[in-house]
Structures are given as structure tokens and as C-alpha cells.
Write a protein that binds this ligand. Structure first.
Ligand SMILES: Cc1cc2nc3c(=O)[nH]c(=O)nc-3n(C[C@H](O)[C@H](O)[C@H](O)COP(=O)(O)OP(=O)(O)OC[C@H]3O[C@@H](n4cnc5c(N)ncnc54)[C@H](O)[C@@H]3O)c2cc1C
Length: 286
């Protein structure tokens, strides 16, 4: 277990970054947990024309943010959080083998770019999983499937293959290749996940493959998959104007709280969430 922090910020986009930046200016003892700073969605913008003091494409936007991050010395721990657990007086955050505890936390994990596959939501917890490290070992010797969003998730697919008899990998990027011989590569997303009480098959182009589980390996898992007990409206975390969720001490910011999906809104909420976390800590000390 890493040491206890006052605040843990989860998510490397502009919402998480602004929360981490604000936490530093508020002198909070914070840890920023993110697989990378700024990330795929920030880089993807063709031309940003609606963010104060910046015009240019997403790559240039990331470079400008990176210069500021380096100047302000905002460090992040390069992990993907797979669980946030509300305990009595703190939050436990797990990321593979590592864990962190914090008195407050901000979820800024973004939203889905591509939308979900038919049946994905319905079978969550009944054979659909978002975390290879958490659930892979449950399928030792079974045939399973994985929907792999980008090469960044190839290692997680290989990890699944170390338990499963066979892994059908539906890869959303071209020329996917894996080391494990028990991985079968399929190009593109599946059409549907189907079953009864649990996942039974994955379908594409009218063909069905029998599988015991389907892992969705992608940047933004639905928030309910990371944190049980969170009140959500579909894929969005329900928050009030202070970015507070229904769980005391847990705040949320950015695309994960809903529309408009815009950098300025995400940054603004990141700032509000950091102030709210500070207020929560002050209240606790009283
Ligand atoms: C093609 C495209 C063009 C766009 N153009 C514009 C534009 O011109 N102007 C504009 O205002 N907006 C634009 N947007 C929208 C903008 O990108 C989003 O509103 C913004 O990125 C939201 O920031 P965010 O921090 O909430 O989420 P994201 O940018 O999605 O960041 C979330 C981050 O959290 C990380 N993460 C997810 N799960 C976990 C986890 N479990 N543990 C740790 N980290 C995690 C992800 O890796 C990601 O880096 C565009 C979006 C797209 C897709």
C-alpha cells in the first residue's frame, strides 16, 4: 500500500489535470493517478477554438498543457485505477498490484468515445468485466473474449491469455498482433454480447462464438464498474453543483458527469471538485 493522501485524483484528461493543479495551489497532499497525462481524447481534437487563450490542434494543445505541467511540477502516478472503495473514513483505490488510500477522491475518468456494444451494459458483473487483473483468473481454462480498444491494452489481453484456454480478441485498431498463441484476432468490434443469466456468446456478422466472459479493455470503463454504490444516470455520475457525488467525500468532474463534452467544462469542474475536496477535508477536521 502506498502512503495515505488527503486527496486522490483519478483520470489524466483536462478535468483530472485541473483538479491536480488546483489541489497543488490549495496545498493539498494529493496524488494524481492516470495512465498518461492528457490522453487520447485531448490529442484527438482537430482544432480547438473554444478554450481560452489557445487555438490549434489537439497535439499542440497537449504540448502546451505539458509545458505548464512541467513548469508547475505536477507529477502523476502512471496507473489505471480498477477499484475505488469507500471505507469508513477514507477511500481505498486499487490499481493492479498497487493500492492508495485517500481521505477524499475525485473521479475524472472521461466518457466513452465509441459507445457501448449491445449487451455490454446488460451483462456487466455477469460475465462482462473491464479489468483483466481483477477478474482474469476467474476464467482459468475457459474460452473468453476481449474487446481491445488500442495497442495500449495488448498487455492486458496477453494477461488474460495466461489464464484462459483461448481468448478471442476483437481489436478496434489495425494490424493487431499478440505473443500468446491462444489469442485469436478478429478485426473490429463485435455486434453483440448475448446470454441468459450470464454471458454465453459473442456475435459478429451473424456468427456466434461461445465464451464464458467478455473483457472490455478500453480507456473509460463505466464509473459503476470502478466504484460500487455510485449513483449514475446511464454512463454519467450524478453530481451537484459542487461536483459532489452521493458518496460523501467522493467528487466527480469532466465528461464523466455528462454534457457538454468540452474542455472548458471539464477544466471548470476539475477546479470546483478540488475546492470541494478541500472543503470536505476542512469540515472533517472541525
Ligand atoms: C475528436 C474529438 C475532438 C474534440 N474537440 C474538442 C474541441 O475542439 N473543444 C472542446 O472543448 N472539446 C473537444 N472535445 C471534447 C473533449 O475532448 C472532452 O470534453 C475532454 O477531453 C474531457 O476531459 P475529461 O478530463 O473529462 O476526460 P478525458 O479527456 O476523456 O480524460 C479522461 C482520462 O482518464 C483516464 N482514465 C479513464 N479511466 C481511468 C482509470 N480507471 N484510472 C485512471 N485513469 C483513467 C483516461 O485514460 C483519460 O486520459 C473533443 C473530443 C473528441 C473525441
Amino acid at each position: 500500500m502506498d502512503r495515505e493522501f488527503e486527496l486522490a485524483v483519478v483520470g489524466g484528461g483536462i478535468a483530472g489535470y485541473t483538479a491536480a493543479l488546483t489541489a497543488k495551489s490549495l496545498k493539498l497532499d494529493a496524488v494524481w493517478l492516470a495512465p498518461e497525462a492528457f490522453g487520447e481524447k485531448t490529442r484527438a481534437a482537430e482544432y480547438v477554438r473554444n478554450f481560452p487563450s489557445f487555438s490549434g490542434d489537439g497535439v499542440a494543445f497537449c504540448e502546451a498543457l505539458e509545458r505548464q505541467r512541467a513548469h508547475e511540477n505536477i507529477a502523476f502516478v502512471p496507473v489505471r485505477v480498477d477499484g475505488v472503495y469507500a471505507q469508513r473514513e477514507e477511500f481505498l483505490l486499487t490499481a493492479g498490484e498497487r493500492s492508495f488510500s485517500a481521505q477524499t477522491a475525485i473521479l475524472a475518468t472521461g466518457g466513452e468515445r465509441r459507445g457501448s456494444v449491445k449487451g455490454e451494459r446488460e451483462f456487466f458483473g455477469r460475465g462482462v468485466s473491464y479489468c483483466a487483473v481483477c477478474d482474469g483468473a476467474l476464467y482459468r481454462g475457459k474460452t473468453i473474449a476481449a474487446v481491445v480498444a488500442s495497442p495500449a491494452f495488448a498487455e492486458e489481453a496477453e494477461y488474460l491469455a495466461s489464464f484462459a484456454e483461448r481468448v478471442h480478441c476483437f481489436c478496434l485498431y489495425p494490424a493487431a498482433a499478440f505473443r500468446a498463441e491462444n489469442i485469436v484476432v478478429h478485426d473490429g468490434a463485435p455486434d453483440a454480447v448475448e446470454g441468459g443469466a450470464r454471458v454465453e456468446q459473442i456475435c459478429k456478422n451473424g456468427q456466434a462464438l461461445r465464451v464464458s466472459a467478455v473483457f472490455f479493455l478500453k480507456n473509460s470503463a463505466p464509473p459503476q464498474a470502478i466504484c460500487g454504490g455510485l449513483k449514475t444516470d446511464g454512463a454519467h455520475i450524478i453530481t451537484d453543483r459542487k461536483c459532489a457525488t452521493n458518496l460523501p467525500g467522493l467528487f466527480a468532474a469532466g465528461d464523466v458527469t455528462g454534457t457538454p463534452y468540452q474542455f472548458a467544462k471539464a477544466a471548470g469542474e476539475g477546479l470546483v471538485a478540488a475546492y470541494s475536496a478541500r472543503d470536505f477535508l476542512l469540515q472533517k477536521k472541525k
